[in-house]
Design a protein around this ligand. Structure first.
Ligand code: DGL
Length: 278
C-alpha cells in the first residue's frame, strides 16, 4: 500500500534499461534544480518483444517502487511502457494508489513536436516491435495531423546491442544500416524519423552516419525535457511536490557494476547504482 503523502520527493524516471538515461540526461540539463531517482529494469530488458500484460505488470511494479521511494511524479522514459502500460496505469491504478501522483509518458510530447519538423508530412518511426505493433505513434499523430503518413519500422536488434554494450561494434553498423534501409524502402518521401525508443540515442552516431542527407533524425530526450518543464509550469501543485536539491540516485535490477560502467560513460559522471528487486 502506497502511503498517501504530499511530501516533496524526487522525480522518478523509469526505463526497461539504459535507454531512459538519454531522457534523464536532457531532463537534468533542462531542470537541474530537482532531485531525480532513475530506475532501470535491466535484469528484465528488453521489454520490446514482451506481451502487453507483462510490460504492464513490470511497469506497474516499477512505478509502485518509485512511489514507495517518495516520488510524486514518474516519467516513463520508455516508449514500450508508454505504449503498453501508461493509459491503464493512469486510468485504473493511479486513482487507487494515490490520485494526486502523476505518471507521464514520452509518446505524446514527441508527437506534439513532429509537426514543426517535417515538411513532407511523411514521418518514419523506429521503435521496438511492441511500440510499432501497438500503432501508438500512428494513432497519436493522426489525432494531431490527420494528413500525415506514418511509416513504422521495428528494430528488434537495437536494444540488445545497447544493453550488451555493443553500440560501437561492427554488429551495430550492420543492424543500423539494415533497419534504415527497411524504413526508407517504404517511402521516398520520408523526411523525418522519430527515434521512438529511448535506447536508440545511444546509437545516434551510427544512425546519423547511415541516414541519407536531408532526413532529420529526432531523438526524444530534449523534447521530453521541454515538455516536462512546461508541465511543471502549468501545474504548480505538482512542481511544489518535486523536491529541489540537484541530486540523482540510480537503481537497477541487474548487477550494479555493469550499470555503473555504461551509465557513467554515457552521462559523463561517476554513477553508483543500487541493485533492487521489484
Ligand atoms: N527504451 C525502451 C523504449 O523506449 C524499451 C526498450 C526495450 O526494453 O525493448 O521503448
Amino acid at each position: 500500500m502506497i502511503s498517501n503523502t504530499s511530501t516533496p520527493g524526487p522525480i522518478g524516471v523509469f526505463d526497461s534499461g539504459f535507454g531512459g538515461l538519454s531522457v534523464l540526461r536532457e531532463i537534468r540539463r533542462a531542470l537541474p534544480q530537482y532531485d531525480y531517482l532513475f530506475l532501470g529494469d535491466n535484469a528484465r530488458a528488453p521489454y520490446g518483444s514482451r506481451s502487453f500484460d507483462l510490460v504492464y505488470t513490470f511497469t506497474l511494479q516499477a512505478v509502485r517502487h518509485l512511489f514507495d521511494q517518495g516520488c510524486q511524479l514518474v516519467i516513463l522514459a520508455c516508449n514500450t511502457a508508454s505504449a503498453k502500460a501508461l493509459r491503464t496505469i493512469q486510468q485504473h491504478d493511479l486513482p487507487v494508489l494515490d490520485p494526486n501522483r502523476r505518471v507521464l509518458g514520452v509518446i505524446r510530447p514527441t508527437v506534439e513536436k513532429v509537426g514543426d519538423i517535417t515538411h513532407t508530412g511523411h514521418v518514419g518511426i523506429f521503435g521496438t516491435p511492441g511500440t510499432i505493433q501497438s500503432q501508438s505513434y500512428n494513432i497519436e499523430i493522426s489525432k494531431l495531423h490527420p494528413s500525415f503518413k506514418v511509416y513504422g519500422q521495428a528494430c528488434p536488434m537495437w536494444v540488445p546491442l545497447v544493453e550488451n554494450q555493443e553500440s560501437n561494434g561492427p554488429g551495430a553498423d550492420y543492424f543500423v544500416q539494415k533497419y534504415i534501409n527497411a524504413l526508407l524502402s517504404q517511402s521516398s518521401k520520408i523526411d523525418s524519423v522519430i527515434l521512438g525508443c529511448t535506447h536508440y540515442p545511444l546509437l545516434l552516431g551510427k544512425i546519423e552516419q547511415y541516414m541519407p542527407a536531408g532526413i532529420t533524425v529526432i531523438p526524444q530526450g530534449a523534447i521530453v525535457a521541454d515538455s516536462l518543464a512546461y508541465y511543471l509550469h502549468r501545474h504548480p501543485e505538482m512542481e511544489q511536490r518535486c523536491r529541489r536539491g540537484g541530486t540523482c540516485r540510480f537503481l537497477t535490477t541487474e548487477d550494479s557494476e555493469k550499470f555503473d560502467s555504461l551509465a557513467g560513460v554515457f552521462l559523463g559522471e561517476t554513477v553508483s547504482a543500487e541493485k533492487i528487486t521489484l
